[in-house]
Every structure is written in C-alpha cells, then in structure tokens.
Design a protein around this ligand. Structure first.
Ligand code: IVH
Length: 671
C-alpha cells in the first residue's frame, strides 16, 4: 500500500503547479520564482517516477513533452469547424451590419475580436481535463494533435472553478513574434533554413512527431469560442470571459483585445485602432473578427453553406510604403546562385525598419524596369523579407539608365551562367569562389546534414585561411596538430571537433547525399532518391527518365543531378569521401517480393488502415514505384476516400484501374 500522504502530496503539487502555470503564462503575474517552480516540478517528477500509478492524467510534468506521434489520427469534429466570410472593405462591414439589423429588427450587440494569425484548434474537455486537441483539417475532420498541444503552457490541462463537465473550446495556436525571432536566430547559428513567418512555424510545429521539440518552441494560444454549453450563457462575450476563469487564455477588454459594443461606429473604431496598432502586438493578427453577441440571434441568423451569417472577418491590407532604391547588391549562395538585393533608404513599415528587399532574379528586375534611384513601393506581407511591389514611375529621374544585371560573379569575377528555363544566374566556379566554398562546408557540417558539431563559422574561416581545408573532403584528414595551431583553440574543443568528425562517418546515406549540396536536392528529395537508388554509384549512372520517375523529382532536379555527376571534381570528391568511410549506400530493407516490379502506382485519398507512407513502403518493398501524378505510365491507383478530383478525372480518361487499400493488400499477398 502506498502511503496516503504521498498521494496527497502528488495531488497538491499537481494543483499548485497548474495554478502557477496559469499565473505565469495566462495572467502574466507569477507568484513564485522560476527556481521555486522548478523545484516543485522536480519534486512531482520524482514522485511520479517512483509511483507512476499515482500520477494524475493531466499532470503538469507532461508539458515537457516526450510523447511521439507516429501518425496523427483523423478525428471527426462534433461541430463542423467553419471559416469566416471576409472582406477588406469597411463599407462591406457596414452592409453586413445593415443586413443583420434588417432581418432581426431589434437591438444587436457585437463582439469585436482580433483575428489571430495562427492555426485553428478545437479542444475537448471532460470533467475538467483536456482529453483531445484536433486541428481544423477540412472543417469536417481534423488531426488529433493532443500530445503536442499538451506542451503549450497557456492551454490548461486541468480546469478551475465552475466549468461545464463536457464541452469544446476553440481558438488559435500561434507563435509569439519574440519566440519566432529567437527560434530563427538559433537556426541561423546552426546553419539551418529559416522559417518564413510565425504562422507557418506554428502550423509546422503542431505537426511535429516529437512533442519534446514542440515544448521547446513556446507556442501560445487564444481561445475564442465555447461550444456545447447551450443554456449556460446568453452570449458569446460572456461565455469567453467565463472560459478565462476556467484557466484559458482569452482576450481581455482591458487591453482592447476584445470589445462588446452596440453600434457600428464602435465596430469601425475597433477596426481602425487595430489597423494602426497591430504591429505593437506581441503576436501577429491579420484582421479583426466581428460577431453577433447574443446566442439567440446567432441561431436566428444561422449559416450559409460555408460560413456563419452572424460573424464576419475584416482583413487588413498588407501595409505599403514608398522608399528609394540606393543600390543593388548581389549575394552568392553556396550553390553559386546569385540573388540581387536592393538596398533601400531605411523606412519604418509593419513594426520594423526596412533597409533591404530581395529582388529574386534578373527577370524580376526586368519586370519592374528598375533603375538605381527609383522610388519603389514596398510591402510587408506575412514573410520576413519585404517585397518590392512596383516602381512609382512618375517619380523617376528620366535620365537614369535601366539597371542591367551583372555578367560576372561579384566575388570571383567568373562569367555567370544561366541554364535554360531557369530564372536564376549562377557562378560556375564552385571550386574557388569564396562564398561557395565556405557555404558548401557550412552546409555539409550543419545539423541536418553531417552534424559536425563544434565547428563554427569562425573555425571554417580559420581552416580555409590557413589552407588546412579546401573542400569538405579535407575535414577527414585534419590532424590534432592542425587544429591546435589555430588561434584560440583549446584542447577540449579540438577533441570535440575530431570526435564529431569521426561520428559523422556513421551518418546514413540519405543525409550524406543531402550534405553534398547538389543544387535543388534538399532533405526530402535526398530521402526519396535513396529509396530508389541504393548507392551513390547507382545514382551517378541514373538516366533522366529514371530520375524523373522518382517521387518529387521533376525535370529541374533531374538535370541538376545529371550535371552534378558529369563534373569530374564531384566524382573525385565522392571518391575521397568514400575512402574516409562515409556511407554511400543505403542499408535498406530487402524487397519482400517482386510482384510489383516495373509497375508505377499512384496513391490518392485517405485510408482506413494504412498511412500514405506505409502504402508507399509496401509498394517499394514489393518492387514497385510510387508515382506522384497520374500519367499514361501509371499502372493502377490505390484509391482511398476523397480521392483528388483531378486524379479521378485523369484515371477515367486514361482508363486506369482503381484499387481499394484492401484490394491492394490482397494483390500483393498473392504468391
Ligand atoms: S471564429 C464559425 N474568431 O480565422 C466561426 N476565428 O476564417 C469560427 N480566427 O479558422 C471562427 N481569430 O482559425 C474566429 N477571433 C477569432 C479568430 C478566428 C482567428 C481564424 C480561425 C478560423 C479563421 C476563419
């Protein structure tokens, strides 16, 4: 028998930690220090480890993550998750209000809310415990992302006060701007690709399989709709404010995140206030949502096929400003790609000062007809890098010459090339063009590639400067003494670097392939290639047709791979990496049959018993190939529910057989 006092202590700690979490993450008003909090958490963790049977279902220790979701289960929403009709015009908001007023004919109150720019989520609570979190999906069915949502500190795992016993609450999961910036800074240091904006990052994070990483990302939430509580409240405003008392982060009138108003003028004031002040918020919004407050009136108004008639979203236009292009720089990437970047007279836009804007490529400059000194309109959308939308030609100095794209690499003076059908110019001197040499090494050692930890940008600079390396292959012949001779290099760091280089020899083929930095071959494509070609030697002799048969490999990628293996330098590089014992073959499962040999099979729709990846694997280990598009070469299609309409149309036109997942399994099981 376990001591009753232990059980009581676990209950006490659980409840105290929930309360501290709420004060810290929702009220922004912590009452204990971080240290005290950590001590309480540690005590609970230790007790739960010793007495796992006593741990409460929604223990705050689960916030640190750890659960792995291999496949997100599809879950049907109890109430469909609709979206909102939206407009960019204040006039249309007034018309919407007039329509409602006319059809109802009595006093109407409106709730004005922020339109959070994140990912919609539905949270189900039973007996005060979070039991399920489901994404919006197609509105009818979403994905069960509970393990990940549990790690979000402002989502209560257990509720306080007088909450309904069984209800759903909906809201938005988002990444605060400051957390987004921290995350990207960290990624930059690690040499990883930067996230484009907080919304995409939040969406991607919610779908990560490892909830521990989700926990580190610091997602947050705002809740905006209580469902399944009929009769408890008269209106939306009241229901949301009550949800605040149960422990949810809900908008407060105090900071004007929400307002209950009784006339259209106040609605318009709310809109205009946030149009001007949105950039001072700690999170992104893309508009304002206006909802009829009273539930009875909401019910009277009802829904169209897609939207509620009782709510509308006013979306903000992306802000634009004018500024002047002072000069154009050309950046050289690790693959030699040249990116023109405009240097602008600094202007304040969307909460930040903008000094530069990407011009993408020569075609873009031509399209804009850009000249140095031109006044341009710059827009900041959801992305970090602002866009040049157009030139204000009326303000142009007529004598300014048209800007012409550079002919030579700004770093090594080699004549640039542009492949047919591609928009980008390239510097072909990958062997000695400094940013390419350095960029390739940085990419090679980055975490997702060879993961050679401890070698920072400065070390690479020093190694290059001292002639100790000229390409990635030289990393594997570095000696202790070479590294010790570098400035500010301690013995311990040298040990770590040599160990990391040694460890990298165990990195699997798909990551080695990615690390080689073949133009257009990112992580995903490298993985796909390794499934089709079990060694670098097989890949090196692959034909164009064989390459484009690979899922996700199009013409551009296929040409780039062919070109890579035509270059003698690359063949030499691979030979020396091979002699350093890097993995250049896959340790793939042996085929279990060849029943699908020579067959190209397309998968479409959603399935009951298998995920798409599992079906792909079944195709491959039975000797077949998985094609992404339906063509006349497709042998058959494994068709699930809601098969894509264009695939279905093509299948009919080309008379291609559709097999259900069960038929497919029967087919591959025959011997
Ligand atoms: S109410 C039936 N309120 O906008 C109405 N939605 O286009 C349900 N959103 O998918 C939505 N802030 O992800 C509502 N204060 C807010 C919102 C909000 C953001 C998102 C939500 C929804 C989309 C609607």
């Amino acid at each position: 028998m376990v001591d009753k006092s232990i059980q009581l202590r676990i209950i006490q700690l659980t409840s105290d930690l929930h309360a501290h979490n709420y004060r810290y993450y929702v009220e922004n008003n912590p009452q204990v220090s971080d240290f005290e909090f950590d001590m309480l958490l540690k005590e609970l963790q230790e007790l739960e480890q010793k007495f796992p049977e006593l741990a409460l279902e929604n223990s705050p220790t689960k916030r640190v993550g750890g659960d792995i979701t291999k496949k997100f289960e599809v879950f049907k929403h109890k109430y469909p998750m609709l979206s909102l009709s939206n407009t960019y015009s204040a006039e249309e908001i007034c018309e919407w209000e007039e329509r409602i007023q006319k059809s109802i004919g009595r006093q109407i109150n409106y709730v004005c809310e922020l339109k959070y720019d994140g990912v919609a989520i539905g949270l189900r609570y039973e007996n005060g415990n979070l039991i399920r979190a489901v994404t919006r999906g197609d509105g009818e069915k979403g994905e069960d992302v509970t393990a990940n949502v549990r790690t979000i500190k402002s989502v209560p795992l257990a509720l306080n006060g007088n909450y309904p016993l069984d209800f759903e609450i909906r809201g938005e999961i988002f990444l605060p701007k400051s957390k987004f910036e921290e995350l990207n800074k960290e990624r930059e240091l690690q040499g990883e690709i930067l996230f484009a904006n907080p919304r995409n990052t939040a969406a991607g994070t919610l779908k990560l399989q490892d909830s521990r990483i989700v926990a580190e990302r610091n997602l947050s939430s705002f809740l905006y709709g209580v469902y399944g509580v009929s009769g408890l409240f008269d209106g939306h405003f009241e229901s949301v404010q009550h949800a605040g008392q149960w422990g949810f982060q809900v908008p407060k009138t105090m900071n004007n995140y929400i307002a209950l108003v009784d006339n259209i003028e106040d609605v318009l004031k709310f809109i205009s206030y946030w149009d001007q002040h949105r950039y001072s918020l700690p999170f992104d919004i893309d508009g304002v949502v206006i909802k009829v407050n009273e539930f009875a009136i909401q019910e009277e108004l009802g829904f169209t096929a897609k939207f509620p008639r009782w709510a509308i979203a006013y979306k903000f236009k992306a802000q634009q400003v004018e500024t002047i292009v002072e000069s154009i720089d050309f950046q050289v990437g690790r693959t030699g790609a040249i990116t023109p970047v405009a240097n602008l007279i600094p202007v304040f836009l969307g909460g930040t000062t903008i000094k530069r804007a990407s011009l993408h490529n020569a075609d873009q400059i031509k399209k804009l007809g850009l000249r140095i000194g031109d006044t341009v309109r710059v827009e900041k959308g959801g992305e970090i890098i602002p866009k040049i939308i157009g030139v204000v030609t009326e303000k142009r100095n007529a004598s300014a010459p048209l800007f012409s794209f550079i002919k030579k690499c700004p770093q090594c003076q080699t004549v640039l090339v542009r492949n047919e059908g591609e928009a980008q110019h390239y510097c072909p001197n990958e062997k000695t063009c400094p940013p390419q040499v350095k960029g390739k090494i940085e990419h090679f050692i980055s975490r997702r590639a060879m993961n050679i930890d401890g070698v920072g940008v400065e070390t690479i600079d020093a190694l290059l400067k001292n002639g100790l390396i000229a390409s990635v292959a030289d990393l594997y012949s570095l000696q202790r003494a070479d590294l010790m001779a570098l400035d500010r290099m301690a013995e311990k760091s040298v040990e770590n670097i040599l160990q990391a280089i040694e460890d990298s020899k165990a990195v699997p083929f798909e990551r080695v392939l990615f690390a080689l930095g073949i133009r257009h071959v990112g992580e995903t494509v490298a993985k796909k290639l390794v499934k089709y070609f079990s060694s670098i030697d097989e890949l090196a002799v692959a034909t164009f047709d064989e390459l484009i048969a690979v899922d996700e490999v199009g013409e551009k990628i296929a040409y780039s791979i062919l070109q890579f293996f035509e270059t003698e330098e690359h063949i030499k590089l691979i030979a020396s990496l091979k002699s350093a014992n890097l993995h250049f073959f896959s340790t793939h499962k042996q085929n279990i049959s060849n029943i699908l040999a020579g067959k190209i099979i397309v998968i479409s729709g959603t399935f009951q018993s298998f995920s798409r990846d599992e079906l792909k694997e079944l195709i491959e280990i039975n000797g077949g190939k998985n094609g992404s598009t339906v063509t006349k070469k497709t042998d058959f299609i494994i068709a699930g529910e809601n098969m894509g309409p264009s695939k279905l149309k093509q299948a009919k036109e080309l008379n291609i057989q559709l097999l259900s997942e069960n038929d497919f399994i029967k087919f591959i099981s025959q011997t």
